[in-house]
Design a binder for this molecule. Structure first.
Ligand code: ATP
Ligand code: MG
Length: 351
């Protein structure tokens, strides 16, 4: 059965012009190429993930698709409408944009939902009930009648999410919707996103820099980096593409010469020092060594011996399940979880 395309994006580019200050009186024109020829489609009833690090171009793309921003070149259609049909597009989508305040702070949450419901032509007869059920669904009853200016960041985020559902549109565009939510609330929001897809057949674009969110929710994922889609597939297929090699994660003290020696160790394809955030509630980040190798079962004794004879002190060694993070690291040589600057060093077997 042919599926209808709810979103079509073809060769979309966006260049921002800004001024780069060179001194107090001097500046020069600076062009940022935020999107460089992005192409993808989203089928009806699909959750499509846009996964990428800070500055990748996710928000820019969503701003274009919600008609808040014009592209520099390329074409896009949303629900069959071209980008100049902004009225039709706006009534086809519920959007939640990062960085957009999206609510009137002097109004209560309920008044905001009333206002946006009316703006999106939700008939009065169903508006009240829908708002009531959204407030219940998102457990906003205690704060719904307080002005938004008194909300915490997470409460505002949840109310903005409720706003994106108020017009019950067939397409949802969510830009980092769990940002500022705690773990429990984030899980709850993802559950609601899944229900919107499964129970109401909504087509969803879900932007995130958290690979576990993309893995959990999305039927297909486009990995975006520096304005380009660098991988696009079912998350399982993306991961299976890597599975001919194993990834060993080594924690401990690993001197430079041990990494160099590893390059000559049988089966080792590449090594990368990355950093990870500790799960102990602190801001501590710890370096670890990722070793991509063939047949780790057979080559592990030799790898351990190479490390220890070259002065490494190994605290822990794990064989990692392949994740979308590994797909990103494999393509870019950088970690998705950490900002590029936090990747201490990248070493590949070929250098
Ligand atoms: N108004 C603007 N003027 C100039 N450059 C901009 C503007 N908005 C965004 N950019 C640049 O465009 C690039 C893409 O930004 P964008 O906000 O789309 O990324 P993102 O993937 O949403 O990042 P994040 O995860 O941090 O939200 C970045 O390099 C950013 O600095
Ligand atoms: Mg963004």
């Amino acid at each position: 059965m042919p599926t209808s395309k709810m979103i079509e994006v073809k060769d979309l580019s966006k260049h921002y012009s800004s001024k780069k200050r060179l001194g107090i009186f001097k500046s020069e024109k600076n062009v940022v190429k935020a999107l460089k020829g992005v192409t993808f489609d989203v089928d009806q009833g699909e959750i499509f993930g846009l996964l990428g690090p800070n500055g990748a171009g996710k928000t820019t793309l969503i701003k274009i698709l919600t008609t808040l921003l014009l592209p520099t070149s390329g074409i896009a259609k949303v629900n069959g409408y071209t980008l100049d049909q902004d009225k039709e597009i706006k009534s086809s989508i519920g959007a939640m944009l990062m960085g957009e305040r999206g609510l009137y702070w002097k109004l209560t949450g309920r008044e905001n939902l009333e206002y946006f419901g009316a703006l999106y032509h939700v008939p009065k007869s169903i508006r009240k009930d829908r708002i009531k059920s959204l407030i219940e669904l998102l457990e906003l009853d205690k704060i719904a009648d307080r002005t938004v200016e008194t909300y915490s960041s997470g409460q505002k985020m949840k109310m903005v999410f409720a706003r994106s559902l108020v017009n019950d549109a067939p397409i949802l565009m969510l830009d980092e919707p769990t940002n500022t939510l705690d773990v429990k609330e984030a899980r709850r929001l993802r559950k609601i996103v899944k229900e919107q897809n499964e129970d109401y057949n909504k087509t969803i674009i879900y932007c995130t820099h958290l690979m576990h969110e993309a893995e959990e929710l999305c039927q297909r994922v486009g990995i975006i980096d520096h304005g380009e889609i660098i991988a696009l597939d079912d998350p399982m297929d993306l991961k299976q593409g890597l599975q001919k090699n194993d990834i060993l994660s080594v924690e401990g003290t690993i001197p430079e010469k041990a990494q160099t020696a590893l390059k000559l160790t049988p089966g080792v394809m590449s090594t990368q020092i990355l950093v990870k955030q500790m799960n102990n509630g602190s801001t501590e980040k710890r370096p670890y060594l990722n070793i991509t190798c063939e047949n780790s079962h057979q080559n592990l004794p030799e790898i351990i011996s190479t490390l220890t004879t070259n002065g490494a002190i190994i605290r822990n060694i794990d064989k990692k399940e392949t994740t979308l993070e590994d797909v990103f690291v494999n393509i870019t040589g950088r970690s998705l979880m950490d900002d590029t600057s936090q990747v201490i060093k990248t070493k590949t077997g070929s250098d």
